[in-house]
Design a protein around this ligand. Structure first.
Ligand SMILES: [Zn+2]
Length: 409
């Protein structure tokens, strides 16, 4: 499965090479694959398009193959993005594991490795781990040292995307304000994008399902509860500060006596996350024991243990109320509920569906689907890949590519 890449609008930023970036993105997205089409879509003259395309092909960002001749005259050149023109490094960091992926510009995965890891071990050790892992993986995949690259990091907490730092992440002790992007840029000598993991999941999912199914509201249930929203035009809605979708800390009736990781009481995450469900069956587990407690709970759920099913149904009711509220606000076409607990049993999703259809207005639910993720555990990886490729095709990076210059910090 290959995710769609975005087609640029006419943004205000004019640094780098906007026209060349636009052509590269149109070709990458499959929106225009011949020079004539590019002239029609961009409104540029044919001679400008020819000159731009020649620069991109000569530099190796695009490749041109002779297409089958459709009529008389010379066959049109079919343009495509050259996979080898760059690599996207992806670090998908969850509470209890890290996944490192290397992919090329055609979304082909060149290397993929998952490790057990405690995010609570802190940022210094995690940065060292990622630097070591990517050095190994790039060598393993045979990626030459000078190839343009970008690292996309997904974190299980709120992120200041502009500065690339986590902001008071409840389940990531020691990470608040740590300069993740700057530190990793120094280690790996490439631009680094940091985003919330659920935003990446939402983006991956939204660029994979048919475009008619947007907006996509993606909710994930794991150690915490979070959500990401991808708008009808395929872009992520991060909000003014990057806090959009942090639905785990919405007040949930009946949870007033439960203290949340964020320090408040009454958050839906404190009663409906997988960690909260596991705590009901194995109270008193510390941060290290929490992952094991969650695994044990999921195993009981898969076995159909009645107490586990009852806990999941209660969690589904609480979560359904919050999702119904979000549907009133956002009117998505597709709500996706992801996470191990949803894969382990249908009860959470069916409970959420029941509450939403009972609560939400008919207009908002008429064509709404509430579904499993189509990408499963790959959702955040695919979203990160989309973000990374689109970054490498940005005006600044395309300009740099044509000049053959490296990323400067
Ligand atoms: Zn909270």
């Amino acid at each position: 499965m290959v995710a769609r890449l975005g087609v640029p609008g006419t943004g205000a930023r004019q640094d780098g090479d906007p026209a060349l970036s636009r052509i590269a993105k149109l070709v990458a997205a499959g929106e225009a694959t011949h020079r004539l089409e590019l002239a029609q879509v961009t409104g540029l003259s044919r001679s400008s398009v020819h000159a731009h395309v020649r620069r991109l092909v000569d530099a190796g960002l695009l490749s041109a193959d002779e297409a089958v001749a459709g009529g008389r005259g010379r066959p049109a050149l079919r343009l495509s993005l050259s996979g080898a023109a760059g690599v996207v490094l992806i670090a998908d960091i969850a509470a209890f594991r890290v996944r490192c992926v290397v992919a090329d510009l055609t979304q082909r995965v060149l290397a993929d490795r998952s490790l057990a890891w405690q995010v609570a071990d802190g940022p210094e050790r995690t940065v060292a781990l990622l630097a070591e892992q990517f050095t190994e993986l790039l060598a393993e995949a045979g990626v030459p040292a000078g190839r343009p690259r970008v690292l996309v990091v997904g974190l299980p907490g709120p992120v200041d995307v502009a500065r690339g730092i986590p902001v008071r992440p409840p389940i990531m002790p020691g990470w608040d304000g740590f300069p993740v992007a700057d530190r990793l840029a120094a280690e790996l000598d490439c631009p680094v994008l940091v985003d919330n993991d659920v935003n990446l999941m939402a983006l991956g999912e939204a660029r994979t399902v048919p475009p008619e199914q947007l907006p996509v509201f993606f909710v994930t249930v794991g150690a915490g509860i979070g959500a990401g929203l991808v708008l009808a035009d395929g872009t992520l809605h991060r909000g003014a500060d990057g806090a959009a979708g942090d639905i785990g800390h919405i007040w949930s009736p009946g949870a007033e006596d439960v203290v949340c990781n964020c320090g408040k009481v009454g958050c839906v995450e404190a009663v409906a996350s997988t960690a909260a469900m596991a705590r009901r069956t194995a109270p008193g587990a510390d941060a290290e024991g929490e992952g094991a407690a969650m695994d044990a709970f999921l195993a009981r759920l898969r076995d159909g243990a009645p107490d586990a099913l009852q806990i999941v149904r209660a969690a589904g009711t609480a979560l359904g109320e919050v999702i119904a509220l979000c549907i009133h606000m956002l009117n998505p076409r597709r709500v996706v509920v992801g996470g191990d607990v949803v894969e382990a049993s249908d009860h959470l999703l069916s409970e959420v569906r029941g509450v939403v259809y009972r609560r939400a207005l008919p207009l908002a639910t008429r064509e709404l689907s509430i579904a499993h993720t189509v990408l499963g555990r790959d959702a955040s990886m695919v979203g990160a890949m989309v973000l990374g490729i689109e970054h490498l095709l940005s005006p600044t990076e395309v300009g740099r590519f044509l000049q053959g210059t490296r990323h400067d910090r």
